[in-house]
Every structure is written in C-alpha cells, then in structure tokens.
Design a protein around this ligand. Structure first.
Ligand SMILES: Cc1cc2nc3c(=O)[nH]c(=O)nc-3n(C[C@H](O)[C@H](O)[C@H](O)COP(=O)(O)OP(=O)(O)OC[C@H]3O[C@@H](n4cnc5c(N)ncnc54)[C@H](O)[C@@H]3O)c2cc1C
Length: 529
C-alpha cells in the first residue's frame, strides 16, 4: 500500500442503504471519531432517479447508476443468462429500486437466530426497523415516526390497483392495508420510500438529512481492495491509485455482489479460486461468495388498451408532459413506482405463512423492460419467497472494474419450481376474476396457458430475478460463516461486513428496509468496539 492520503478512524465502503445507515449512525454515536464513506458511483441521484416513474428508464440497461450485471448461463432457465440490475452511487440500489417498503416476516429473523445468528431474532431486530422509519401514516404498535427513511402511501394509485385488490378479494384473498403490521398475508397497495411524491433514497435519508460533521463522503472512488497487514485490516486501496488508512476498522457494505468481490480481491475467499486468479491468499474462507439466494420470479404480462396503464405508445409523451405540473405538487402519474400493488399468499393451505409474493405493475415488464412492445399493458409478477436454490459469486478477474461471475442457480432445487408453478396459478386466478374483467387482454408468450407442462417450459424461458440477491457473506456462529453475529469477518481483525450479503437466508419480502436495519445495528457494534 502506498502512503495513505488520509487516515480515518473508520472506513465504510459502499453507500447503499446499509452503508449509508452504518456510516451516519456510527458518526453520530462516536462524535469524536472520523468516518469515511467511499462509493464508486456518482454523488448526485439525477432526475430519472428522483422522479419515481423514472425507474422505467433506469432498470433495463446499464447506465451511470446501474451496473446491469448478467449472470452466468442458468441451467434452470434453459441456459439463459439472467439480468441483475444493481444501483451505483450514493444511495446504492435505492437509486433504482421500486421503493417498496416491506420488512419480511418475523419468522425470517427467528430462523436467522436458530441458524446461529445469535441476537438477530425478530424481537432483537424490530426496534431497529422502527428506529430507521418515518411513516407518514403515523406511529402505532408496528410503525414509527422520526426515523430517516420516509415511508408513504402512493400519492395516486391507479384504478388498476383498486381492481386488482377487488379481484383478489373475489378469489378469497383478504385485503391487507399494512404488509408490515400484525400479519403480512393478503393483498393490497405497497407503501413506498417516498417523500411528497419523490423517491426518498437512502443517501437522502441518512447522508443529506442527518449529515454528521465527522462523516466524510467520497463518491466516484472505486475501492480495489482492503489492505491487510499481519492479519488486520489497516485501510483501503482505491482503483484510481489513492489509499486511506483506518485506525480502528474497515466495514464492507458494497452489496451482495460487491462485498464478496472485494473480500476475494483482498485475499479472503476460497484459496484455490483466488490462486487461479493470482490473488495472494490472506485467509482461506470458503464461505465467501457462497450461499447466494435470490427471489426467482415469473411475470405474466398482458397487452391492455387502457389509458390508466403505461406503455410505449404515441400518446404517452403528452401524458407524461401533462403530469409534470401535478408531480410538482406531489401527485399524479410521475409519482408512481410502477409496481404499485401486490400480496403475500400461501400456495398450500397447510403452510404456516405466505411463501409467494405478487407485484402488480401498471406496464408491460418483458425481460426487465429490455424488450419493448408498442402497447399499453400490465404485468403480474410471482416470486418464491424462501427459495431452496443456492448459488455463488466468484471473481472473473483480479480487476475490481470487471463484473464478478454471478450464479444464482435459479430453479436448481426442484422445490422452487413447484412453489412458482403453484404461485402462478394463484396469480392467474386473480387476473381472471370478474373485478379485473376491464383489464383482459392477450398475455405475452402464452403465459396464461392451461397446459402445465407448457407453462413449466415458458417459466424456464422467461423467469428471472426480482432483484433481491443476499447471503454471499453469511452471518453465523459456525466455522464456515463469513461473519460472526457482530458482523466481524472471521480470521481478520478490524474488518466487518454490513449489507445484504450477511443475511443467512433470504427474507420473505423486499430487502431494502432489512439492509438499513443491518446498517443501524452495525453502527452500534462498531461503536462498542
Ligand atoms: C431494480 C431493483 C428493484 C428493487 N426494488 C426494491 C423495492 O422495491 N423494495 C426493496 O425493499 N428493495 C428493492 N430492491 C432491493 C434493494 O434495493 C437492495 O436489497 C438494497 O439496496 C441492498 O442494499 P445494500 O446496502 O446491501 O447494497 P446496494 O444497495 O447494492 O449498495 C452497494 C453500494 O456499494 C457500492 N460499491 C460496490 N462495490 C464497490 C467498490 N469496489 N468500491 C466502492 N463502492 C462500491 C455500489 O456502487 C453501491 O452503491 C431492488 C433492487 C433493484 C436492483
């Protein structure tokens, strides 16, 4: 490592929801310590991110705020390479995500504790969800106000969302006004990370709004590796040649792909794999990059000629332009998050809790909207909440700028296909209910076929992620766990991980809120030393 250009007490790498929470809370808890937060992406969020409907333009392809990774060929998906959008910049994936606020199910965290993540049961994590939350509905037994993450109801939900909830009720699924309340089960509209109809990304929440003076934020700075001397993390080396020393600790919060990539580039990972790439091994840690879990998802998209729906049609531009005025007042089309409504359902009555999640989108989402159709339409996503398939992240190159090899191993466990098929059946019944008759239309790829053999084939040809990769630096108490329950990397002093990668198992819902909760907890562990 070259002479450090600067020394800080703590260095946090990666400014996603977890990194922003870790850095800000740590700086607040330790006002006499200096904290550096380093992010490879841009400092500004940009208009397409701030305007919620801009998600439709940010997710499909690579841009300054989206890595848009591809997976390795997926045997379970007929050999296709999946798409893995990931946010880049201050706010991380909260710059490009669908803003949906869910915490998962209490049992998810009780499972973590049972698997060895001591101190992470629901009763332990719930206070940190509350600490991070500012719910504009107000506080109650399940919600808080005053936290940095503003959570709101959608300002202008579409008629389609209302019809969907009614159609689900006709199929016997109860309306749930609060997926983060007493029960997650049922169908309803999602609450979103928004303030006055604008995206409230994690950087705005934690960095801009709280802005502790002892926190230095550095954007456009890719970290190449952690410097390790005599078994201790001493700082970071950046890909642009700079370096920074950490007097106390380094924290990796670079996400489910970025963190294992950085650990491996720093010589912490499966030794044989690191040697293949010429990376000097500091610690043979087989768990690094293993245990990748993601929500495998199948979309039914229909072409529906309804002006309340979105699509690449000639009339859409004037409609968007007319929506600018209402947007300034915090309402209208542009405040929509596309994935407005959804639900958590059980595919079998004997199950104790929901095992699939639905997302209703008010546009056609074909291959993450990479494939466009000259039509308005809608999409209903079905995903498997607790998949059994396990994949991996490996290095493709010793250069941090090269994308890692991502293998979610989708549908490699046959149980996931069975859950998905059953879930798609539930979704289809809702789409066929009388209250949804107004939204009838031809389904892409014959996705509403009654022939189950054919449906399995269609699923293999079109299923992919709904963007919740986790687990690649698993937390636990066993020797193969990458981090211990206080998030310390086993076998390396002064180094922790705080992001989606530490989740032992994937939670039953969207993952941003849980990542902020992890960051909130990490800050306390760090402050206690
Ligand atoms: C398209 C999409 C839609 C989603 N929708 C939702 C939703 O509606 N609701 C929800 O709850 N969740 C959603 N998610 C998931 C959620 O956004 C993520 O789970 C969450 O952001 C993960 O947080 P994180 O802090 O672990 O990592 P990330 O948010 O991925 O942030 C990691 C940060 O680290 C930076 N980084 C990586 N490597 C380096 C390096 N070498 N040097 C410096 N910086 C580095 C990255 O640039 C990035 O900014 C969605 C995700 C996507 C991609």
């Amino acid at each position: 490592m070259r002479e450090p250009r600067g020394a800080f007490d703590f260095i946090v790498v990666g400014a996603g929801p977890a990194g922003c929470a870790t850095a800000t809370r740590l700086a607040t808890l330790k006002p006499d310590a200096s904290v550096l937060l380093v992010e490879t992406g841009p400092a500004k969020s940009g208009m397409r991110s701030d305007v919620p409907l801009g998600i439709a333009t940010l997710v499909p392809f690579r841009n300054a705020r989206n890595y848009s990774y591809r997976t390795v060929p997926q045997a379970g998906l007929g050999g296709r390479r999946g798409v893995q959008p990931r946010g880049r910049g201050l706010g991380g994936s909260s710059l490009i995500n669908a803003m949906i606020y869910t915490r998962g199910q209490p049992e998810d965290y009780d499972d973590w504790a049972r698997l060895g993540a001591t101190g992470w049961a629901w009763r332990d994590v719930f206070p940190y969800f509350l600490r991070s939350e500012h719910n504009t509905r107000g506080a109650d037994a399940w919600h808080a106000t005053g936290g940095p993450l503003t959570v709101s109801d959608l300002a202008s939900p579409s008629d389609c969302t209302r019809a969907f909830i009614e159609a689900a009720a006709q199929c016997g699924h109860s309306f749930n006004p609060d997926f983060n309340g007493a029960s997650q089960e049922g169908v309803g509209a999602y609450q979103v990370f928004q303030q006055h109809g604008r995206r409230w990304n994690a950087a705005r929440a934690y960095l801009t709004a709280l802005a502790p003076k002892n926190l230095t934020v550095l954007a456009e700075t890719p970290v190449a590796r952690v410097a390790i001397e005599d078994g201790r993390a001493t700082g970071i080396a950046c890909a642009n040649g700079g370096s920074y020393a950490a007097r106390a600790e380094v924290v990796l919060a670079a996400g489910a792909f970025g963190t294992p990539q950085l650990l491996m580039l720093s010589g912490i990972g499966p030794a044989a794999h690191l040697r293949e790439l010429g990376v000097a091994v500091h610690r043979d840690a087989r768990g690094v990059g293993a245990n990748l879990q993601d929500h495998v998802d199948f979309v039914i998209s229909r072409k529906v000629d309804d002006r309340g729906l979105f699509g690449t049609v000639p009339g859409i531009l004037p409609q968007v332009l007319r929506a600018i005025g209402p947007f300034r007042r915090g309402t209208g089309l542009l405040t929509g998050n596309v994935a407005e409504a959804g639900g958590f359902l059980r595919t079998r009555a004997e199950l104790a809790r929901p095992d699939i999640q639905l997302h209703l989108c008010i546009g056609i989402v074909d291959e993450h909207s990479r494939r466009l159709h000259a039509a308005r339409g809608l999409s209903l996503h079905t995903c498997v909440l607790r998949p059994h398939s396990r994949g991996s992240v490996r290095l493709a190159s010793a250069n941090v700028r090269a994308a890692p090899l991502i293998d979610p191993a989708f549908l490699s466990d046959p149980r996931d296909m069975e859950t998905l098929i059953a879930g798609v059946g539930l979704a289809r019944r809702i789409l066929a209910a009388p209250a949804f008759a107004r939204y009838a239309g031809p389904a892409l790829y014959d996705a509403e076929t009654d022939d189950e053999v054919r449906l399995r084939e269609i699923i293999r040809r079109h299923a992919d992620t709904i963007y919740h990769p986790v687990g690649t630096c698993r937390m636990g108490s066993d020797a193969n766990a990458v981090v211990d329950p206080e998030l310390r990397v086993r076998g390396v002093a002064g180094l922790r991980v705080a992001d989606a990668s530490i989740m032992p198992t994937l939670i039953s819902g969207n993952t941003q809120a849980a990542c902020a909760m992890i960051g909130e907890r990490a800050a306390e562990f760090l402050a206690c030393g």
